[in-house]
Design a protein around this ligand. Structure first.
Ligand code: FEO
Length: 395
């Protein structure tokens, strides 16, 4: 288990979770990493830890650099257990170490672990801690992704330990962005943003403002690869995501029982395409909600279709909307459509949902009884064209 030197005497010593496929509901087909970093200075400092089952892997990497019992400081940027899960193991081998964290960080650690026996040094946002030749400056980034979250900055190395911010769920032997490539990282960083960080756009913008003016030539997040080449690209897309900016594209998400709702989705797609709007189509039977959220991140219009089952929408559609409500994408154009036999409440519920989250609905819902006739498919196509015009007009 080799460490990887990322700057002089600063090492990646994290753990690779090759087999993780579900991160509390977020599908992670590429696995993930939990990144811990070791700074060898007068005060030997470990930045964050790993999930509990990867503690041995992390300690083995640390042992290749120094005796883990020599660790002086353990910085806890964030208490969520993918990063604090091995704090206890580190403190067992380095009982003289001091945990450096915020007051909220200490409170969180006390809620999760037997922390009374540990020494703490509580720091404020903006405070600097000398490690010897280098120092760490801490910046609180509340809700990116928990109330306790903060980042740590090494001014002498222009290095930001950004914790959850700028992460991606990718397991691999690559440690740096240029070893993977922007296209894949853009997709995975976007998926991560959409599924983890999206509800906290305002806080992300505040955090980015707090970091403005810092010279940064490397961003070392707590998941995925380290940014050193595509920092400019990353710092270009993050404010766009945080500001709920979208592309002039449409996304159709639906489930179907007897094919009627699917037929409507095809007619809607045709209409959107006739307006020159690129469209993605996702069936909830084949796409996971966390993958669909990546599409929601960039889509200006989101069309949601359901049949009516037992006087309501299909449970798959309900699950998607519940997930979407929690992640709070804003500034979208919404549209509800569906089919029914007698009640018709499914698409009505979707329309009510779209209204409740404040999206624009420039076109009334389309709800078709039993199977769509040719005229109704033409109506759906016309609705797609109108929605396409709305997308184009919103540029
Ligand atoms: Fe990667 Fe919020 O923990």
């Amino acid at each position: 288990m080799n460490p990887v030197q990322i700057k002089p005497n600063i090492y990646w010593v994290g753990g690779i979770d090759w087999h993780l496929r579900n991160f509390h509901g977020y599908i992670t087909p590429r696995g993930t990493t939990y990144n811990a970093y070791l700074i060898v200075d007068e005060q030997i400092t470990l930045i964050d830890t790993v999930k509990d089952y990867l503690a041995d892997e992390m300690l083995e990497r640390i042992s290749s650099v120094c005796d883990p019992s020599d660790i002086d400081y353990l910085v806890v940027n964030h208490v969520e257990m993918d990063h604090s899960g091995s704090v206890g193991r580190v403190m067992d081998v380095a009982p003289e170490a001091t945990i450096v964290t915020s007051a909220k960080g200490r409170e969180g650690l006390e809620h999760h672990y037997d922390a009374a026996r540990w020494d703490f040094e509580l720091i404020d946002s903006g405070e600097e801690l000398s490690l010897g030749e280098r120092s760490l400056t801490f910046v609180y980034t509340p809700m990116v992704h928990w109330p306790d979250s903060m980042v740590s900055y090494v001014q002498q190395e222009s290095l930001l330990f950004s914790n959850d911010a700028f992460g991606q769920h990718i397991a691999g032997h690559e440690r740096f962005d240029d070893e993977v490539g922007w296209d894949l990282l853009h997709e995975e960083a976007g998926k991560y943003y959409a599924n983890i960080v999206m509800p906290y756009g305002m806080q992300v913008l505040r955090a980015l403002q707090a970091l403005e003016g810092l010279k940064i030539d490397m961003i070392a997040p707590s998941h995925g690869v380290i940014w050193r080449t595509f920092i400019e690209d990353l710092l270009d897309v993050y404010p766009r995501w945080a500001g709920h900016e979208t592309n002039p594209e449409a996304l159709i998400v639906y489930d179907t029982m007897w094919d009627s709702t699917r037929q409507l989705s095809t007619a809607l797609r045709r209409g959107l395409e006739e307006s020159g709007v690129p469209v993605k189509v996702r069936s909830l039977q084949t796409s996971h909600v966390s993958e669909i959220m990546t599409d929601v991140l960039s889509a200006r219009a989101v069309l949601i279709g359901t049949p009516t089952l037992n006087n309501g929408m299909l449970p798959t559609v309900g699950a998607f909307l519940t997930y979407l409500r929690g992640l709070r994408p804003q500034n979208r154009i919404g549209f509800a459509f569906g089919s029914y036999g007698w009640g018709g409440q499914g698409a009505q519920e979707v329309a009510g949902f779209i209204e409740s989250i404040g999206w624009d609905m420039p076109v009334d819902l389309m709800n078709v009884r039993y199977r769509p006739e040719v005229e109704q498919l033409e109506e759906a196509e016309a609705a797609g064209r109108k929605l396409g015009e709305a997308v184009n007009a919103s540029e």
